[in-house]
Design a protein around this ligand. Structure first.
Ligand SMILES: [Zn+2]
Length: 302
């Protein structure tokens, strides 16, 4: 008896599995529609994935390419991520060379995947002659609002039935970003120092938009440790500018930052440009967490 019932349950389960996988397979890659008719959309880094979730709401499923904890400057998508990407309708990337893998990935995915470069036509800081520049635009909540508007417009173009929903979601989220911007402006006014010594140039847009000053960058090339001469030069800058802290990043080893901070007699704090995991799983939580670090480091009110 029990065995028969178990057998029946097993058959029912198998049927369910078969039906579900058949549905999965029948969803055409050209429509990018997955289970329950959702639009499958890929995003390169956690903050962009968060923007897409906020604007897309229940209508989209988001595939994140560079996972939390990985550095986008070095991470390349896995073959399994590439296969999933071929099912997606849109791929949102930051651009300015951050997603060095995107072109190859888009070619492999085929013409059904539309790549949206969020920074296209926006002001690029630290521009180089050969078309490079500083890619970390999302770290300014002012400029992040432009990303959100572009995501809204791309989702509406790909899925016009959801236009009202995308517009409402984007409006609500843009209000939250405006609130975050106001919060940062108020806090920055209380900072005793504006001198920022950071791990790499990720905070350039934030520094520019909130009236801070980049005193020094520890690692000019991501993945490359500073030399003894560079360390000595940065220690000298910290002493001269009275920069009160060195800001490291969780995606990189804090060793170089610690050596410099010890030498200069200042603390090492962390700024996270990417987040993606609790307690920094959303962009707004990430930026509030970073703001708290800045207050600690630059002597602002707690
Ligand atoms: Zn970076």
């Amino acid at each position: 008896m029990r065995r028969t019932r178990f057998g029946t349950v097993l058959v029912v389960l198998l049927v369910v599995v078969l039906v579900v996988s058949a549905c999965g397979r029948s969803s055409s890659p050209s429509t990018g529609r997955v289970g329950k008719g959702k639009l499958l959309v890929a995003a390169s880094i956690p903050p962009i994935a968060d923007f897409v979730r906020e604007v897309g709401g229940d209508r989209v499923d988001v595939l994140l390419m560079v996972p939390p904890g990985a550095s986008p400057h070095t991470y390349e998508p896995t073959p399994s991520q590439m296969r999933q990407l071929a099912q997606a309708r849109l791929l949102f990337i930051n651009g300015v060379g951050l997603e060095f893998w995107a072109e190859k990935a888009a070619d492999a995915a085929g013409p059904s995947l539309q790549v949206v470069v969020l920074s296209k036509g926006m002001e690029i800081l630290g521009k180089t002659a050969h078309g490079g520049g500083n890619p970390h635009i999302w770290l300014s909540p002012v400029r992040a609002q432009e990303y959100v508007k572009r995501i809204r417009d791309a989702l509406i173009a790909a899925d016009p039935d959801g236009a009202d929903e995308y517009r409402a979601n984007a409006d609500a989220y843009l209000k939250q970003l405006q609130g975050l911007d106001a919060e940062i402006r108020t806090a920055v006014k209380t900072f005793k120092s504006r001198e920022m010594v950071t791990f790499h140039a990720s905070w350039a847009y934030f520094i520019h938009d909130y009236g801070l000053h980049q005193a020094a960058v520890l690692e000019t090339t991501p993945g490359k440790e500073p030399s003894a001469a560079e360390i000595a030069r940065i220690v000298e800058i910290i002493r001269k500018t009275h920069a009160p802290a060195v800001f490291a990043e969780p995606q990189f080893s804090p060793r170089a930052a610690q050596v410099i901070a010890d030498e200069a007699g200042v603390p090492v704090l962390t700024l996270d440009p990417l987040g993606g995991l609790p307690p920094r799983e959303t962009y707004i939580k990430l930026m509030r967490w970073n703001l708290a670090q800045l207050k600690r480091g630059l002597g602002g009110e707690k």
